[in-house]
Design a protein around this ligand. Structure first.
Ligand code: ARG
Length: 719
């Protein structure tokens, strides 16, 4: 094992020969990867990319909120990220009277900046902790190892915990548990909203254009990080001051051309490039289509209400966008996996592996075991999707299911436990009610309950639920039955009745809770799943992890030369990817340019449309070609978005696209449809990252938003 560890550290730092695949650890960048970057156009030294002693590019990059990337662009803590990353903060700051989501928002001085619930995290340092982790789980069976790992991680991160300075560690498993690396982060918690374009600009093209090129979206928003006077993280306070960063990115308005070097730093959330053919089959046959079906219905029902009422739109916008984003992704993913014949390719690769593994006890049974493991879980996998994406797709049901914790406290009759659980339920209810929309949710409740009945094997239904429904509401094949029932649930639940809830919460009793129709429903499905199927799922996942670790170890052992080209799967740890600005041919006889322009915005524009509308002022300025210093001289137009060959994925949203000199040229915000299978297989011809050109961002801030104060904060590079 020890030898393995040493090799792996080396592997992360060695070259990938082929094109632009690879999400590299910037702190372990080997000479060959670096040399390749230089060959492609990088002009910076390794020290300028990443250094622990001096300020370097990595100091300008941050984790934005829960799942995005952002970057510093001024010496006063100014942050750029995507509009869709700031979306929740923007909607939270909005009301029907001050509708910043719809109309946009700019702080023309620091007093106008708006407090948010966001945090940002900077990477302080990284430490290879493989030895400590392995020592902590030495001699344990796989199941015991899995159970013990969280404690081992905690004992490692406890040693670097420094609350005073906001420092905390997080251990990441790399190469499916063949290596462990701790990242130490500094978390700031006073983050203020500084600017956002109107949604028509920030989400131009909506879900129709999402995950597609050509694209014309102004997907940016602006925040600022504040610290106390000594630069330490602090809770929101008017005494706080803008953070003085170690490094921030200059912004280049020079413009780009096909073939230019592009580097993207950020936090890709997850890939599974060594997924097996078994995993792909389950995904394509069951997981993705189930999710897409259920989300289809939920989205339609939410949308019906959102277009009717701006208040409902504000309530549901964030959930809707999140659900819609990966609805389209998973639909596209399966289509592309089929187009690329990824399943067959994986099978061929696995056959080669199996041949090599013959006679090697450590590896020879891996695929028989995979097969057994998938066979055991597959009959229940649809059920799991229908719980997560169907039953829990109703906000009322999801909240009601959380009351199982209160029920369990009530059955134990420890007064202080009960009080704690009741208070927690009341607090969570308050949060739930803020965005609750009865008309859409009542329909979702009815529809998902019926879909579960129709699509899930009867032997897996919660005992007695549908029989009772039939008895009280009628034919289970009729929609009307479910609608009548859903109406009753909403009418009668104590969750939606303040008086009844307050009386219950003041002295909770198990009988009232168990008689509540929303609780009864949610608890029936969740308990049925938790009791009978969740343990099977856990066993499936744990076994897969064990096999995956051996498989990857074997893959590297089988072909040490190829192993040298490997990088660990994305796991929301900092990575750098490099490539070029580049056009492509999506299909026969079709060529896609590497940029799109203002001309295309005007072509797509549909006044008053839900997805393709634009502010009147924008149309006016564009018709006049009032582009100032942001114009693209070659095209004599405003460049809106561009594409690069970089290897990124969800989590990279908001990431800086950086030129060879370390200047910001754009913000990465999406992947392209033709390569939506990228989490599992990177396609070297078709994979593209979609970026908003920084000149369009600045034009929106300056000409459309009139926020010269923000432009003045930046360091502009003109040539
Ligand atoms: N596909 C983008 C991403 O995952 C998000 C785009 C948000 N826009 C939308 N129309 N839902 O990073």
């Amino acid at each position: 094992m020890k030898k393995m560890i040493v090799t792996l550290v080396l592997i992360t730092s060695l070259l990938r020969a082929s094109a632009d695949e690879g999400m590299w650890l910037p702190m372990l960048l080997g000479q060959q990867v670096y040399d390749n970057m230089v060959k492609k156009g990088l002009k910076l030294t390794k020290e300028q990319l990443y250094s622990i002693n001096k300020s370097s590019l990595k100091d300008a990059i941050l984790i934005f909120g829960r799942g995005c990337t952002g970057e510093l662009v001024s010496n006063q803590g100014l942050i750029f990220t995507n509009h869709h990353c700031g979306y929740e903060a923007i909607t939270n700051a909005s009301s029907v009277e001050h509708n910043y989501l719809r109309d946009g928002f700019y702080a023309y001085n620091k007093d106008q900046e708006i407090q948010s619930q966001l945090t940002v995290q900077f990477l302080d340092r990284i430490v290879d902790v493989t030895k400590e982790v392995e020592a902590g789980v030495k001699g344990l069976s796989w199941n015991d190892r899995v159970a013990k790992l969280p404690d081992v991680f905690k004992s490692i991160t406890d040693k670097v915990l420094d609350k005073e300075n906001g420092l905390a560690g997080k251990v990441y498993s790399m190469f499916k548990g063949n290596q462990y690396i701790m990242y130490v982060y500094k978390t700031y918690r006073d983050i203020r909203l500084v600017g956002a374009p109107p949604e028509s600009v920030g989400k131009f093209g909506g879900d129709t254009d999402n995950w597609e090129w050509p694209r014309h979206t102004g997907d940016f928003s602006i925040f600022r990080v504040y610290a106390d006077k000594s630069g330490k993280p602090a809770d929101y306070s008017l005494n706080n001051v803008p953070l003085k960063p170690k490094h921030f990115l200059p912004v280049s308005i020079k413009g780009i051309k096909d073939g230019d070097f592009a580097m993207i730093y950020g936090y890709p959330g997850g890939t599974n490039r060594y997924e097996t053919s078994y995993g792909i089959k389950l995904k394509n046959d069951i997981e993705n289509p189930s999710l897409v079906n259920l989300r289809d219905v939920r989205l339609k029902l939410m949308h019906e209400q959102m277009i009717k009422d701006p208040a409902v739109k504000l309530k549901l916008a964030d959930t809707y966008a999140t659900v819609a984003n990966y609805w389209k992704f998973f639909d596209g993913e399966t289509k592309q996996l089929k187009k690329f014949h990824t399943y067959e390719e994986k099978q061929a690769f696995e056959n080669g592996f199996a041949k090599w593994a013959k006679g090697k006890p450590e590896y020879e049974n891996i695929f028989t075991e995979y097969e057994k493991n998938y066979e055991a879980w597959t009959p229940y996998s649809k059920h799991r999707q229908y719980i997560n994406e169907g039953i829990m797709g109703s906000a009322l049901a999801a909240y009601a299911s959380s009351l199982i914790a209160l029920e369990s406290a009530l059955t134990k009759s420890d007064a202080s436990e009960i009080k704690k659980a009741a208070d927690a339920a009341t607090a969570a209810r308050k949060t739930y009610l803020v965005d609750a929309d009865r008309p859409s949710d009542e329909k979702i409740l009815a529809a998902t309950c019926m879909m579960f009945y129709n699509d899930i094997d009867k032997s897996q239904h919660p005992a007695g639920f549908y029989e009772k429904l039939k008895e009280n509401y009628g034919d289970l094949n009729e929609e009307a039955t479910y609608k009548k029932w859903a109406k009753d649930v909403f009418d009668k639940t104590i969750i939606l009745n303040d008086d009844k809830w307050n009386a219950f919460a003041a002295s909770p009793d198990v009988a009232t809770l168990q008689a509540d129709p929303a609780f009864m429903y949610a608890a029936a499905f969740v308990k049925n799943y938790n009791d009978k199927y969740a343990p099977l799922y856990t066993a499936f996942i744990i076994k897969n992890a064990e096999l995956g670790r051996s498989y990857l170890k074997g893959v590297m052992e089988k072909n040490p030369v190829a192993a040298k080209k490997m990088y660990p799967d994305a796991n929301f740890s900092m990575r750098v990817s490099y490539g070029n600005v580049k056009s492509y041919n999506p299909r026969d006889a079709v060529h896609y340019d590497y940029v799109c322009t203002g001309k295309g915005i005007l072509e797509k524009y549909v006044a008053g449309d839900y997805e393709f509308d634009l502010p009147a002022k924008q149309i006016e300025l564009m018709k006049k070609k009032d582009y100032g210093q942001y114009i693209d001289k070659g095209r004599k137009d405003l460049v809106i978005n561009f594409i690069t060959t970089n290897d990124i994925t969800g989590g990279n949203s908001g990431s800086p696209v950086i030129d060879g000199n370390g200047n910001l040229i754009g913000l990465a915000f999406d992947g392209n449809y033709e390569a939506l299978s990228h989490k599992i297989a990177f396609d070297k011809d078709l994979n593209r990252t979609i970026c908003v050109d920084i000149r369009y961002v600045l034009w929106c801030i300056d000409k459309l938003g009139g926020a010269k104060n923000l432009i003045n904060e930046l360091t502009l590079v003109r040539n």
